[in-house]
Design a protein around this ligand. Structure first.
Ligand code: ZN
Length: 261
C-alpha cells in the first residue's frame, strides 16, 4: 500500500494575489501533491484551511501517514482543536513535514515548544542549499548543493530546539546562513522542516525541491501501527509489580486510581 500523504495548504495567497496565482494556478498544495504523486510509493491528496475542520477530521488524520504543512497569512485561523489533533497523531507516529513559513504554524510551534522565529528579507536573492548530511535519506539523488535563483532569505537564529539531524544549510546572496533542513522525533512521529517555498517564486516547480519532498515523505513514514498508548498514564498496582514489593509510607492515591492530567 502506498504512503498516504496529505498536503495541507492555507490557500489564501493563491486566491488573493495575481503573482502567486500565476505561479500556482491550482494552488501550492496541488503543485506539491502532483510532484509527490510521480513517486509510485506515495499517494498524495490535499486539504485546505477553508474546508470543514480544515480538511483534517479525526478520520482523515487516522488515515494519513505523512502530513505536509504550508501556511503563512493566517496561522491564527487554524482551530486549536485541529492543532491538538495533529499533534496527537504525530506523537502516535504520523510523519509531519513543515514547509517554509509554516515555521510559525500552530502545529509546528506546539510540537517544538519554542518561538520558531527567524530573520527574513523578501528580495528574490540567490539561495544555495548545501547538503551537509550526504547519506541521509532526505538528500538521496542530490549533488553536494543546489541553487534556487530567487528566494526569500531566512537567517539565523532560528529559535527551534536542537534538531536530531541537520540535512541542509542554506547560504543567501546577502550573506546570511540558515539551517534549512532539520529533523526531530516527537513521540513515535518523524518531523522534517524544509525552508524554501516562498509563494512569489516558483520554488515548488524546482526538480531538486521536488526530490527533497518525495524523499522526505518516504523518510517520515512510520510503517508501524499507531502508538495510541502514548497518551496513557497507567497507575500500576503494588500486586502487579514485576518483583514482589511491600507497600510502605504515606500515599495520596488509591490503588488503580487514575492520575491527574
Ligand atoms: Zn515566504
Amino acid at each position: 500500500m502506498p504512503i498516504r500523504a496529505v498536503v495541507w495548504n492555507e490557500n489564501i495567497h493563491e486566491q488573493t494575489n495575481d503573482i502567486v496565482r500565476s505561479i500556482y494556478p491550482t494552488g501550492i498544495h496541488n503543485a506539491i501533491a502532483d510532484a509527490l504523486n510521480t513517486d509510485d510509493a506515495i499517494e498524495a491528496t490535499t486539504a485546505t484551511l477553508e474546508e470543514p475542520d480544515h480538511g483534517l477530521t479525526e478520520d482523515r488524520l487516522r488515515q494519513t501517514d505523512v502530513l505536509l504543512w504550508w501556511g503563512h497569512k493566517d496561522h491564527g485561523a487554524v482551530s486549536d482543536e485541529v492543532v491538538e489533533r495533529v499533534a496527537r497523531r504525530v506523537w502516535e507516529g504520523m510523519g509531519l513535514i513543515v514547509l517554509h513559513s509554516g515555521h510559525f504554524s500552530k502545529p509546528f510551534k506546539r510540537l517544538m515548544g519554542t518561538p520558531c522565529a527567524l530573520k527574513w528579507r523578501e528580495a528574490g536573492e540567490r539561495e544555495r542549499l548545501w547538503v551537509i548530511n550526504p547519506r541521509h535519506e532526505i538528500a538521496k539523488g542530490l549533488d553536494d548543493h543546489f541553487v534556487l535563483e530567487h528566494e526569500e532569505m531566512y537567517g539565523e537564529q532560528f529559535s527551534v530546539p536542537e534538531p536530531l539531524e541537520t540535512v541542509f544549510i542554506s547560504w543567501f546572496a546577502g550573506g546570511e546562513v540558515f539551517r534549512s533542513g532539520m529533523t526531530w522525533r516527537r513521540g513515535a512521529g518523524n518531523i522534517f522542516y524544509f525552508r524554501p517555498g516562498h509563494e512569489t517564486y516558483p520554488t515548488y516547480h524546482d526538480v531538486n525541491v521536488q526530490t527533497v519532498l518525495r524523499n522526505a515523505v518516504n523518510w517520515a513514514y512510520n510503517p508501524q501501527a499507531a502508538l495510541t498508548a502514548i497518551h496513557d498514564a497507567p497507575n500500576v498496582p503494588v500486586e502487579q509489580a514485576l518483583e514482589p514489593i511491600e507497600e510502605r509510607g504515606e500515599k495520596l492515591h488509591q490503588a488503580g486510581e487514575a492520575g491527574y492530567k
